[in-house]
Design a protein around this ligand. Structure first.
Ligand code: BGC
Length: 354
């Protein structure tokens, strides 16, 4: 009986511990902030290239204002040593917590080490920092996004020649997306229903890389391609620009981000789908958690993602499939894009009714 009770207590304690994080990795040095003290947040970003990152920046800044935190944003323009330097700078200036969207998920582990040496907790933003004691990961369900892209492709194009275009191989998301895509595509590859003509990663998520990969596959097959599983909208755009006019709208093309130009291509019939990832809950959860970590308060994190060193407590948002049939009910209804922007290239009499 006693043993049973003891075990129950252990299990309950372990469950509670797994759901909550309080920055215990960072118990050295830095004094925790009191409830009335201003928290200083450093937000280190890899890039502002894709439209979504501009939203991330604005929403993080907006949330900081709302909750009375100070926020300094640094953008590294895909340069690892610059990102490391910028984080060192933020630490020297005395930030209480770092939010990092890493350019390179491996190299950024040294940022976590530097921060922890000063007792500063680190939140991994959108992209996971690998092999480190990072305190929290906030993102979307990335493997699921890859699965949704592949499921959509397979349902609508169950047979034929496929091109797979991954993102930057230094971005953990690119690898998780490919895992998700393969979870779904493997049986169809094994049965011979689909054939993978090309399976590559686009350096730095570049559209030009996606264009080159697509051109090569078109040449190899004499234009016999049925689907392109592109991992984001930037690479989808590159792939579409490689298609000869007679194939645009015929070849199924996936994407991710619900970027304005991609949603325009969707209503124009040039791109087939994208994945909408609401940025507001992501940015807000990062700032709200940053505040808690800086104050030594527990953060509720229901998910866990292994980063090679530990199961990182994670808060993961839900992605949403968008195609021409639900643009109105998703990105437009949410106010992510305006109807007049999305349907800009479509004659007004063909716009859906509001
Ligand atoms: C993000 C995508 C983005 C890509 C390129 C990924 O890590 O999750 O939303 O399109 O990076 O910046």
């Amino acid at each position: 009986m006693r043993i049973k009770m003891f075990l129950t207590i252990v299990v309950v304690a372990a469950t509670l511990a797994s759901a909550c994080v309080s920055g215990t990795q960072t118990n050295t040095g830095k004094k925790k902030k009191g409830p009335n003290e201003t928290v200083r947040i450093g937000f280190s970003m890899d890039t502002l290239k894709e439209e979504r990152w501009q939203r991330d920046k604005e929403l993080v800044e907006q949330r900081c204002k709302e909750v009375g935190a100070e926020c300094e944003v640094q953008v590294a323009n895909s340069d690892d040593s610059l990102q490391t330097k910028q984080c060192d700078n933020l630490l020297t200036k005395g930030v209480d917590v770092l939010i990092v969207a890493p350019h390179n998920g491996q190299i950024a582990a040294s940022i976590v080490e530097a921060a922890h040496r000063q007792g500063v907790p680190v939140i991994s933003y959108d992209r996971l920092i690998r092999n480190s004691d990072v305190d929290l990961y906030v993102s979307h369900q990335v493997v699921k996004i890859g699965e949704m892209q592949a499921q959509y492709a397979l349902k609508n194009q169950p047979k034929g020649n496929y091109i797979l275009i991954g993102g930057s191989p230094t971005d953990n998301n690119a690898l998780l997306l490919r895992d998700g895509q393969m979870n779904i595509l493997k049986p169809a590859i094994a049965s011979g229903d689909i054939k993978i003509i090309s399976d590559q990663f686009a350096k730095e998520w570049k559209a030009e890389e996606a264009l080159r990969i697509t051109e090569d596959a078109l040449t190899k097959t004499n234009n016999n391609i049925q689907a392109i599983v592109a991992s984001n909208d930037g690479t989808a755009g590159g792939a579409i620009s490689a298609l000869p006019p007679q194939l645009v709208g015929k070849v199924l093309v996936t994407g991710q981000d619900a970027a304005l130009d991609a949603v325009q291509r969707i209503v124009d019939g040039k791109q087939t789908m994208t994945i909408y990832k609401p940025i507001r809950p992501l940015a807000f959860s990062a700032v709200d958690s940053a505040l808690k970590l800086a104050r030594g308060e527990p953060v509720e994190a229901k998910d866990k993602v292994n980063n090679g060193k530990l199961d990182v407590p994670s808060i993961l948002q839900q992605p949403i499939v968008v195609d021409k049939d639900n643009v109105m009910q998703t990105v437009i209804k949410d106010g992510y894009h305006k109807m007049e922007d999305v349907y800009k290239n479509v004659p007004r009499d063909q716009w859906p009714k509001q």
